[in-house]
Design a protein around this ligand. Structure first.
Ligand code: TRP
Ligand code: ZN
Length: 501
């Protein structure tokens, strides 16, 4: 978990460098309208796909799907040969054995003729696998599960894979990389798994490039509360004094942005802000801390004006009474541990950091993990943009100069453009990433900079990006060639001087 702990660096540094936070907004805020998103219209997972699957013909050339999507940092994450449309995870939690008994339906479309395909799954016992209701054979090799359907799948076929499994989900590092995922503190359980933890609790195409809708049905003993991303659909009584809690996302999301928690939680209604429903869940023992997250409402307004309307229908925080090693921008419901709550410190920076990730990281998602600065640099700079908007006396140039003056071992290296898989969340990814954006702003001017941000969100919202998608827009809007600029800021060892300093 070293990389996770490293995350504490930048937010703490940012907090130390920032002046006190004013409680009111002084700018005149427009009210952006939120476009209603259409939900998934496909049939429920258990139904048979619309079109009958073509039986294997001589014209098919079925091949095994690849065991990874070819990510430069994590070659085994994700899989080739299909695209997931939706996951439906029905999971029963037993607080006595600490085990889950679950069925995951994976609704997907074949993107090649498939003789077999892989899903990522870490640990757990698989009981049965079926494709379109027909038992399929499977084999497991560490975190790769290879499924061979009874008949091959032709390109373009929609198919549903059903996996029944059970066991104690376990989060352990894989090859030095923090996998995270399902955590059990002996009382509450919760999920926080960037970059790879999703596969600790359900079979998944575990890469941000395959975004999918999600429905979770969490069955827990009466008296426990189950929380997950997205829209609360409702509860249904289940056998033996259990209740099933159902959540469904209205937008697609990357697997690492899924969260859930089971325990004693209370919901805190934050009302409607610019058409966004604000709702949070606090573990009862920390429910008294809710007021410290008050920046959410102002943040939705401020960032809505700077970046474009908040991209989803709801937002809030899920606060668990456990040390998480940071906070994670899980989509529509960022998960926080008690790490930041100690000693009553101002947590505005981290609150708005996770909110900003909803635009940068969640709505605009990575295509490859080596572009992590597109998430962390943007969310970190957003902490400063927020202060600039709400604190009349905040001087962002001074704040950035202070950052740039930190020890180069902290702020400059590893280079944010290619930090390496073990240093994905190193402080420099956050800090030098933020400095890169400030340097860009001082190079192309406020107008071009903020227009670039809005165009970037407008163009790549609900899509996946690489760094050149952003830098291309900056060049187009500014009319300047910026390849040397970005090369120096993102890839050269020494930290360039901030323009004008
Ligand atoms: N993306 C998180 C942030 O900066 C940091 C993070 C990465 C994290 N992996 C994690 C936090 C796992 C908690 C658990 O906002
Ligand atoms: Zn972050």
């Amino acid at each position: 978990m070293t990389a996770r702990l490293r995350h504490l660096g930048p937010v703490v540094v940012a907090a130390l460098l920032s002046a006190g936070c004013a409680s009111t907004i002084t700018v005149d805020l427009a009210s952006p309208s939120v476009t209603p998103e259409t939900g998934p219209t496909r049939p429920v997972a258990t139904s048979i796909p619309d079109e009958p699957r073509p039986t294997a013909t001589p014209t098919l050339d079925p091949q095994p799907g690849a065991a990874g999507v070819g990510d430069p940092y994590f070659p085994d994450l994700g899989n080739g040969g299909y695209d997931v449309a939706r996951y439906v995870v029905a999971l029963t939690w037993d607080p006595t054995t600490r085990e889950v008994t679950a069925t995951t339906h994976v609704e997907a479309t074949a993107t090649q003729d498939l003789s077999s395909f892989n899903l990522d799954l870490h640990g757990l016992v698989v009981d049965e696998v079926a494709v379109d209701g027909v038992t399929a054979s499977y084999r497991r090799d560490l975190d790769e599960m290879t499924i061979t359907p009874a008949t091959p799948l032709a390109t373009g076929t929609r198919f549903v894979t059903t996996i029944d499994y059970h066991g104690q989900p376990r989060a352990v590092p894989m090859g030095g990389v923090p996998i995270g995922g399902w955590f059990d503190d002996g009382d509450t359980v919760y999920v926080a798994g960037e970059p790879s933890g999703a596969q600790t609790w359900f079979p998944v195409n575990n890469h941000p490039s395959d975004r999918a809708f999600l429905r979770v049905e969490l069955t827990v003993p009466d008296g426990l509360t189950a929380v997950a991303n997205g829209r609360f659909v409702g509860t249904e009584p289940a056998a033996d004094n259990h209740t099933t809690w159902v959540y469904e996302t209205t937008d697609t999301l990357a697997p690492y942005l899924i969260t859930l928690a089971i325990g004693d939680f209370v919901e805190v209604d934050g009302g409607d802000v610019d058409g966004v429903q604000i709702r949070s869940w606090f573990e009862r023992s920390v429910a008294g801390e809710a007021a410290r997250f008050a920046a959410i409402a102002d943040g939705v307004r401020v960032f809505g004006r700077l970046f474009g309307p908040y991209p989803f229908e709801a937002y809030g925080v899920l606060v668990v009474d456990a040390s998480l090693g940071g906070a994670l921008e899980t989509q529509t419901l960022s998960i926080f541990g008690t790490d930041f709550l100690d000693r009553g410190a101002d947590i505005t920076d981290v609150v708005v950091h996770e909110l900003a990730h909803q635009w940068f990281g969640d709505d605009i998602a990575l295509a490859q993990w080596d572009d992590i600065w597109l998430n962390e640099g943007f969310a970190t700079y957003s902490e400063y943009l927020y202060r600039e908007q709400v604190e009349p006396l905040f001087d962002i140039d001074t704040a950035m100069a202070d950052l740039a003056a930190l020890d180069p071992a902290v702020v400059a290296l590893p280079v944010p453009g290619d930090p390496g898989p073990d240093q994905l969340f190193a402080a420099a990814v956050y800090l030098r990433g933020a400095l890169t954006l400030h340097a860009l702003r001082r190079t192309i001017g406020d107008n071009a900079f903020f227009t670039t941000l809005r165009h970037y969100v407008e163009t790549f919202g609900s899509a996946n990006v690489v760094t050149s998608d952003f830098t291309g827009i900056a060049e187009e809007i500014s009319g300047q060639r910026l390849d040397d600029f970005f090369e120096a800021w993102l890839h050269e060892e020494s930290l360039p001087p901030l323009p004008g300093s």
